[in-house]
Design a protein around this ligand. Structure first.
Ligand SMILES: [Zn+2]
Length: 461
């Protein structure tokens, strides 16, 4: 298939998966998993579905390598589930129609992460069709359930079929954003999630005579305010590479390397680029965001109970003891009265990361250069949310967020697309992302004699 034909197939696949509406919960991801299997079958690609629950499953395919000692690579785990649309009225298009307009494909999941699913599937199919013979195995894995914790998707596959899906390397969502001229972010790790439920007690009494009666809602409000004003310790370890890769000015880099000057660096950056300021803030500390408040029963009854759910995100190396210690410090003299528990039903994860320098990272950088300009470079970053890469890192694989965006949107416009209104992906990004995965597979899996130099498959080289 030509590059143009492949791009057309990527668009069709992406639109079909948007229309499949695999909203998690409940997911019903088998719809899109079957769409992918049908697409593979039409191209003579053998694949296997593993059902992990009713209506849910994962799709696996493999190109066997010729050298069992050569490292293996997974395209994926790529998730086909999406988050709900709160209010379709705030979108400029129907979020479930898969509209193509103004050089973008619009719809829930277009960015997170159906476009990568479509690109990885199409690249895999085109490599099978041309008879690609890599040295190391190339695996394709599409999964369910990333948006609700991954227990029926990546985690399930690694627990139940590690012999099939555990590879040395994996590439998946959240990377490839242009962050400065010829500079693209790739994700080497992620922050941990440690959501806490704070419980407050008061005494019920008549609302007409509040004097002297402890009120749980008042305690909760005070606590929320204290948490929002608390500054957890600043850590500079995870912004150094970023600052260097971005080619930031010596002064800004100096600010970012000195813990006491980081707040100033963030303030200055906020004036120019709020998106960058948010990133710098999140990468230099544990963040605390009190987001769900519940309390009181009736307007004329003093609140006897209240709870506050707090979204806490930790850097690699910050454990549960660290979280609780700093929440208590933030609460101050309220701390002894507050019960701190987990938010039920939400798995806790610790921060984790893969190496930011290796042969594999070199192969990714080379692929980006081949697709863009010879001076292009990759900038390592931590994802502030959790993704399925943590399950791969848990079993000893190295996993990265890696794709390649064109310059239609700025970083500050790209990041709100995930789970946001008017989620969309540019056609240029589809083209670049497919190309970068194909180059990576050829560069890395045929190393040290890259097949792309001989095959002539890529005519744009
Ligand atoms: Zn995602």
């Amino acid at each position: 298939m030509s590059e143009e034909e492949r791009l057309d197939e990527i668009k069709q696949l992406l639109k079909a998966m948007i229309r499949n509406k695999c909203v998690n919960p409940p997911g019903n991801e088998l719809r899109s998993i079957r769409t992918l299997q049908d697409y593979f079958a039409a191209h003579g690609v053998e694949s296997q579905i593993f059902e992990s629950a009713e209506g849910r499953g994962n799709l696996y395919a493999r190109i066997e390598g010729t050298d069992p000692n050569h490292p293996s690579l997974t395209l994926g785990p790529c998730h086909v589930d999406v988050v709900p649309v709160e209010d379709p009225g705030t979108w400029t298009v129907d979020p479930w129609e898969g509209v193509e307009k103004d050089g973008f494909i619009w719809g829930r999941g277009a960015f997170d992460m159906l476009f990568i699913v479509a690109c990885q599937a199409a690249v895999f199919a085109s490599l099978v069709q041309e008879g690609f013979r890599p040295k190391g195995d190339l695996v394709f894995l599409a999964v369910s359930d990333e948006e609700a914790g991954g227990l029926f998707g990546t985690k399930w596959m690694l627990d139940n079929h590690p012999e099939l899906v555990k590879t040395d390397f994996a590439v998946t969502e959240s990377g490839g954003f242009p962050i400065a001229p010829s500079r693209y972010v790739f994700m080497v790790g992620e922050k941990g999630i440690n959501w806490k439920r704070l419980k407050f007690r008061g005494e019920e009494g008549h609302g007409s005579m509040p004097y002297g009666t402890p009120n749980a809602v008042l305690k909760m409000s005070q606590a929320a305010l204290r948490l929002s004003r608390y500054d957890p310790p600043v850590e500079t370890k995870f912004v150094g590479d970023l600052a260097r890769g971005l080619g930031l000015s010596r002064l800004t880099r100096f600010f970012l390397e000195n813990k006491s000057l980081v707040p100033l660096a963030i303030k200055l950056s906020a004036k120019k680029d709020m998106g960058m300021a948010k990133v710098l803030h999140a990468l230099t500390r544990m963040t605390i965001s009190p987001n769900v408040a519940r309390g009181g029963e009736k307007t004329n009854v003093i609140a006897g109970q209240a709870t506050l759910d707090v979204d806490v995100r930790t850097l690699p190396g910050q454990d549960d003891e660290y979280v609780v210690r700093h929440l208590k410090r933030a609460l101050g003299d309220l701390a002894p009265e507050v019960e701190i528990a987990k938010v039920p039903g939400v798995p806790t994860s610790v921060g984790n990361a893969s190496p930011s320098q290796s042969d594999f990272v070199d192969a990714m950088r080379e692929a980006v250069r081949q697709c863009t300009t010879p001076d292009a470079d990759l900038v390592p970053m931590l994802l502030t949310g959790a993704s399925d890469t943590r399950f791969y890192r848990d079993v000893g694989s190295q996993a990265y967020g890696f794709s390649l965006f064109d310059d239609r949107l700025k970083l500050a416009e790209i990041t709100p697309l995930a789970h946001g209104d008017d989620e969309r992906i540019s056609i240029g990004t589809l083209r670049l992302t497919a190309e970068v995965y194909e180059r990576l597979a050829r560069n890395f899996l045929t190393y040290p004699e890259p097949a792309y130099q001989q095959s002539g498959f890529l005519t744009s080289a």
